[in-house]
Design a protein around this ligand. Sequence first.
Ligand SMILES: Cc1ncc(COP(=O)(O)O)c(C=O)c1O
Length: 500
Amino acid sequence: MAAIRVGGAIRPLSSVPTRIALSSAKQSAVSSVRMASSFYSGEPEGPVLKTEIPGPKSKEVIAKLDKVFDTRSLNMLADYTQSTGNYIVDPDGNKLLDVYAQIASIPIGYNNPALKKVAESPEMVSSIINRPALGNFPSHDWAEILETGILKVAPPGLNQVFTAMAGSDANETAYKAAFMWRRQKERGGPAVEFTEEELESSMNNQSPGASQLSILSFKTAFHGRLFGSLSTTRSKPIHKMDIPAFDWPQATFPQLKYPLEEHAEENAKAEADSLAEVEHLIKNYHVPPCAVIVEPIQSEGGDNHASPDFFRKLREITKKHEVLLIVDEVQTGVGATGKFWAHEHWDLPSPPDMVTFSKKAQTAGYYFGDPSLRPNKPYRQFNTWMGDPARALLFRGIIDEVQRLGLVEHTAKVGEYLYGKLEALASKYPGQIQNLRGKGQGTFIAFDNPNRDEFLKKAKKFGINIGGSGTSAVRLRPMLIFEQQHADILLAAVEKIISS
Ligand SMILES: Cc1ncc(COP(=O)(O)O)c(C=O)c1O
């Protein structure tokens, strides 16, 4: 029987997906048949496994690293100089199809040639070595960089941006904008001066009006780990242990049952109950919310979905009670759901008040439309960097490439293909692929597996780097350059993992 060496052990060829089984020499022999990437050259035609992961070289480097850096959360050690397109490469030469993509943060592949060009441009060099304190000393071309980049893809109805450094920072600055907006309204408008008492009490950490306001989030939500954002994060206790937190309300996120068609009534009730709870908390919580923050698909918390109707009604409720709606698109934004912004799937009667972004955008911030969300005085929303033009330039390069190659539409199509095939696998292995979700949401697909952690570990043995979310979900977060041939490799591996 034909056999290959995988992870140090000789295995029969039939036990591993064909593409993985091919040695590099054999792979090049079939290169005219197998297509690697139709977008860029240089990608391997399939995963290549040379050693166990971590292999000897990785182990050596990890031991060295552990002396100076906490490696307890390390998933795998990568060699980014060798990684290409959809493939992440490790120091031992293992090449894995990466459907985790730096926690959903690589949009158009490793070592993307178009982004290399951006990186080498005089504009980028200047932005990196002359980093501006943006609030005080923005560059002559900052408006143009914003207009041709971040703002070119602003969600419908929103035309301004406040730039930030990371997802948590984007959310926190959005919260600050919400508090200032509400207090300004209560005071009687932007021209009304703060009282002496207000100014003094703020220095004693007692802002009388503001400390009686809150941000409402949902159970199992994830909005980041900085102090303010962590108070709205409700996914895992380990994130929150020992950190002082605000007394802010949480509503139940609808827990939908799958397949959706078979549970329409129960699911509609779960959504109605959740909305009733939101409204109740808005009206009655002892620290009233001035904003509600919601993820289009709760990501870290387990890939929990709700219907467009749920979100339309959430928009109505927040409008009715003059509470702002912040949509956290840090993980869902930039194309993976088959729309540039996931909330574009909802057909909202009026846009969200703020939309936060980071991850695949490489830069971060929040979009808004209402000018009164700009604080009434300078320096109220401010820090040294306030974002980073270098990262904004990179996002512009990403946007150009996404538009040039039609990657959002492409992702919608590949997602449909992948979902259909997973559906078939789920009926073949119903105990192993449970609660398949993400239909019509591009490649933003997940399913539950009873031995999820084992599943994720095993995936590396079959040449796949894949992540989880919540307690039992296997979450797919491929890049926007993930194609049908990558889906086939992934699907073959999934079947091997669950049947092995
Ligand atoms: C929906 C969402 N919001 C906020 C964050 C926090 O982003 P960051 O880790 O960049 O601070 C994350 C990170 O996973 C996220 O998924």
